[in-house]
Design a protein around this ligand. Structure first.
Ligand code: ATP
Length: 345
C-alpha cells in the first residue's frame, strides 16, 4: 500500500505499555490528526514513526518498505515539533536551506528551492531576515518550510501550533491544511485540541490509554462516535445515562423515551444528543421536562441551558429558529430516535 501502515505497533517502557498493538493505515496524501488526552501515547507513537523510539513489537511500513529498523535520517521525513528548533543565529533562508546544505546540494539549487518554499509559505522577500526578527506565526511557517525542503515522503508534526495564540492558531490550521493539500504530502499531526483535529484532518485518530478508540473522518467522529469516551472527548454533545426497564423501555433521567431501543447486549448505555438536535417544546409535551437556567446569545447561534433533574442539557439554535423561552421557564425536551446516538456506557 502506498502510504504509511502501522502493524500491531506496541511500545513498552519497563512494565508500562504506552502504546498497545496499534493498527492503522494512512493512505498516501492524506492528513491524519492523532488526538487524545495527555499521556494517551500519541507522542510515543509519532516518535516511533519518526524513528526516534523503536517499537517493542510490530512493524512500521512506508510505501511498502518496512522501515521499523531504519534510522531517522534515512526515513525521508520532515518533522516539526512544538519547540520549532530553528537556528537563531541563521537567517530565514539559511534555516530553510540547512537540510539541503548538509546533504551537499549545490548553492544554486538551494537558492531556487528556498525561493519556492518562501513563496509557498507567503514569506517571499524574507530570505535574509534573521529568524529572531519574525513573529510567532512566521517562525512557524519557516519551521514548516525547512521540514519540507527535502520533499519528504512523510510530514510529522507534534503539537506544532500550541505555542500560538488562539486566533493565529486557527489561521495556521487552515494554512497548514491548504499547504498539505497543495503538496499532496502524507501528514501526521499530534494534537490535544479537538477543533484543530476536526479542522485539518481527513482522518481523526482518537487515542486513550495507548489504544486507538476510533479512527474516522471528522464528520463521522462527530456524528457517530464509537463510544462514550470519544463523544465526551470530542465534546459539543449532551451525554445522558440511560437504562432499560423491565418492560424493555429506555429510561432517561427518570422518563421513558418512546422509540429509543438499546441493543440487546446493553442494559445501560449513554445517549449522545447534539445540541443542534435538542428540540424544545411546551412542558409536558416532550420526553423530558426541565427549567431554562441560562441563555447565551452569541449572535450567530443561541445556546439555551436547561436543567433536567440536576442534569444540564444544552440546545443550540440559529437566531431564526430562536426558541421563545426565557430564563426560569419550564420547557419540554423531545428525544426522538433519529437524534439520539446510543453509545456504550
Ligand atoms: P502529552 O499530550 O502529555 O504529550 P502523549 O499522549 O503524547 O501526552 P506520551 O508522551 O506518548 O503521551 O506518553 C505516553 C505514556 O508513556 C505516558 O504515561 C508517559 O509517562 C509514558 N512515557 C513516555 N515516554 C517514556 C519514557 N521514555 N519512559 C517511561 N515512560 C514514558
Amino acid at each position: 500500500m502506498s502510504g504509511l501502515a502501522l502493524n500491531s505497533v506496541t511500545k513498552e517502557f519497563g512494565s508500562f505499555t504506552a502504546v498497545k498493538s496499534v493498527q492503522l493505515n494512512v493512505p498516501h496524501g492524506t492528513f491524519v490528526c492523532m488526538l487524545g488526552p495527555s499521556g494517551c501515547g500519541k507522542t510515543t507513537l509519532l516518535r516511533m514513526i519518526a524513528g526516534l523510539d523503536s517499537p517493542t513489537d510490530g512493524a512500521i511500513v512506508l510505501d511498502d518498505e518496512d522501515i521499523t529498523k531504519i534510522p531517522t535520517h534515512k526515513r525521508n521525513l520532515g518533522m516539526v515539533f512544538q519547540s520549532l528548533a530553528l537556528f537563531p543565529h541563521l537567517t530565514v533562508g539559511e534555516n530553510i536551506a540547512y537540510p539541503l546544505r548538509i546533504r551537499g546540494v549545490d548553492a544554486a539549487t538551494q537558492k531556487k528551492r528556498v525561493d519556492e518554499l518562501l513563496a509557498m509559505i507567503h514569506l517571499t522577500g524574507y530570505a535574509d531576515r534573521p529568524v529572531t526578527k519574525l513573529s510567532g506565526g512566521q517562525r512557524q511557517r519557516v519551521a514548516i518550510a525547512r521540514a519540507l525542503a527535502i520533499s519528504p515522503k512523510l510530514f510529522l508534526l507534534d503539537e506544532p501550533l500550541s505555542a500560538l495564540d488562539a486566533k493565529l492558531r486557527e489561521a495556521m490550521q487552515v494554512e497548514l491544511r491548504q499547504l498539505q493539500q497543495q503538496l499532496g504530502i502524507t501528514t501526521i499531526v499530534v494534537t490535544h485540541d479537538q477543533r484543530e483535529a476536526m479542522t485539518m484532518a481527513d482522518t481523526v485518530v482518537v487515542m486513550n490509554g495507548g489504544e486507538i478508540r476510533q479512527a474516522a473522518s471528522p464528520i463521522e467522529i462527530y456524528r457517530k462516535p464509537a463510544d462514550r469516551f470519544v463523544a465526551d472527548f470530542i465534546g459539543m454533545t449532551n451525554l445522558l445515562d440511560t437504562e432499560t426497564d423491565s418492560a424493555g423501555r429506555a429510561i432517561v433521567l427518570g422518563h421513558a423515551a418512546e422509540g429509543i431501543v438499546l441493543p440487546d447486549d446493553l442494559k445501560k448505555a449513554t445517549l449522545s444528543v447534539r445540541p443542534e438536535d435538542v428540540h424544545l417544546t411546551a412542558p409536558g409535551e416532550g420526553t423530558l421536562t426541565g427549567k431554562v437556567t441560562f441563555i447565551r446569545d452569541l449572535g450567530g447561534t443561541i445556546e439555551t441551558f436547561v436543567d433536567v433533574a440536576g442534569k444540564q442539557i444544552v440546545a443550540v439554535s440559529t437566531p431564526r429558529e430562536r426558541p421563545a423561552v426565557t430564563v426560569g421557564q419550564n420547557v419540554g425536551i423531545n428525544l426522538t430516535p433519529d437524534v439520539c446516538v446510543v453509545l456504550k456506557k
